[in-house]
Ligand binder design. Structure first.
Ligand SMILES: NC(=O)c1ccc[n+]([C@@H]2O[C@H](COP(=O)([O-])OP(=O)(O)OC[C@H]3O[C@@H](n4cnc5c(N)ncnc54)[C@H](OP(=O)(O)O)[C@@H]3O)[C@@H](O)[C@H]2O)c1
Length: 329
């Protein structure tokens, strides 16, 4: 491996200071038993918050950004991994407490490493990334809690985003009817091409104090939180499940106990970063096999370099990205 390599490094202690390309050496990286030559990473909402200082993501500073990475093992002190083996990591503390994937090399604990599933390679895995992984995890939660296609359509909010786009594609592949809720109704064709049966404008979300509305959705996958999640609790049909993923629209949720005690609605959580490793590996196996996203290429909005990250973060935070931007490291 070269004496020096480049990384997109973030300095954010108490306050955000700066982020940009720096030259590093192996000994500068966070400790770990496995050294990986990174080939691809991705751009997630959390990466954009970390890289711009618009959100407090780093819990130690400085760190290389990038919550996802895929590449090949260079060396491993743990005999579960061999040189040249294809591997990936998502979440697990990357860019929070440990140097992340926006770097030509990474050094990570062996327990965080996921062997590349047979149906994937570094590029495909990063096109899926935390966004696709989280959508698949949400669907696993729905299925584990007995959500059946016959219960009615699943509403996916934040539909044109990374998680939303994957949720639509994967639910549709599994035979669920899907309704996409978006602020960008002009993207109707894109959403339908992913598998949405119909598209609903964000203006339909009602903010009021009523404890319940007419049940409309068999279940929901929510990327927005706030008033949208509150409205979902009131509009999901009896015994439906809502998976709460994100809070792009707010953290506070004002609802009542009525949806839960009169309709048996369940509110399920998902955390991709702190997902138990065995479950993480199972979800990645599904994504490389029976749940492989058929329209994966369609979801790629751009392949960028480390140098182009600041521009990519701005686009994501401005809400002008459709699908996923991946980083060729
Ligand atoms: N729990 C977890 O483990 C986990 C994992 C990954 C992501 N997340 C969270 O899940 C959310 C989605 O992630 P992502 O990577 O898909 O992000 P993304 O690509 O930025 O998508 C978010 C989507 O939400 C909608 N949106 C954004 N801001 C909004 C606002 N203020 N009000 C209403 N709608 C808004 C937009 O969709 P439309 O324009 O189509 O409406 C946007 O495309 C984020 O909050 C992220 O932090 C959580």
């Amino acid at each position: 491996m070269p004496a020096a390599f480049k990384a997109f490094r973030i300095h954010a202690g108490k306050e955000f200071e700066r982020a940009g390309i720096e030259s590093m050496q192996l000994d500068d990286l966070s400790n770990g038993d496995v050294v990986i030559r990174v080939q691809y990473s991705g751009v997630n909402y959390k990466d954009a918050l970390a890289g711009t200082g618009k959100g407090k993501i780093l819990r130690t500073s400085p760190l290389n950004g990038g919550i996802d990475l895929a590449g090949a093992v260079v060396s491993s002190a743990d005999d579960r991994f061999k040189p040249d083996q294809a591997v990936l990591l998502n979440g697990s503390g990357l860019s929070e407490v440990h140097d992340g994937g926006y770097s030509q090399y990474a050094r990570v604990p062996a327990d965080w490493v996921v062997p590349m599933p047979a149906g994937l390679n570094a590029k495909k895995a990063m096109l899926i990334g935390t966004a696709g992984f989280t959508a698949a995890l949400a669907i696993q939660r729905l299925q584990d809690n007995h959500q059946q296609p016959g219960q009615g359509p699943i509403l996916v909010t934040g539909a044109t985003g990374g998680v939303g786009s994957f949720a639509i594609m994967l639910l549709s592949q599994l035979g669920y009817e899907v309704v996409a809720l978006t602020r960008k109704v002009e993207e109707k064709e894109y959403l339908q091409s992913l598998g949405a049966d119909s598209v609903l404008s964000f203006d339909e979300v009602v903010q009021d104090h009523a404890p319940l509305h007419k049940g409309r959705w068999g279940g929901a996958i929510d990327n927005i939180g706030g008033a949208t999640l509150a409205w979902l609790t009131k509009t999901v049909k009896p015994w439906g499940n809502i998976v709460s993923i994100g809070m792009a629209g707010g953290m506070q949720v004002e609802t009542t106990t009525m949806p839960f005690i009169l309709r048996g609605v369940s509110l399920l959580g998902v955390t991709s970063s702190a997902c138990p490793q065995e479950l993480r590996k199972q979800i990645w196996q599904r994504l490389g096999g029976e749940l492989y996203p058929h329209k994966l290429e369609q979801i790629c909005s751009a392949e960028i370099s480390l140098e182009q990250l600041p521009e990519a973060f701005d686009k994501l935070l401005n809400g002008t990205v459709r699908g996923r931007q991946i980083v060729c490291v």
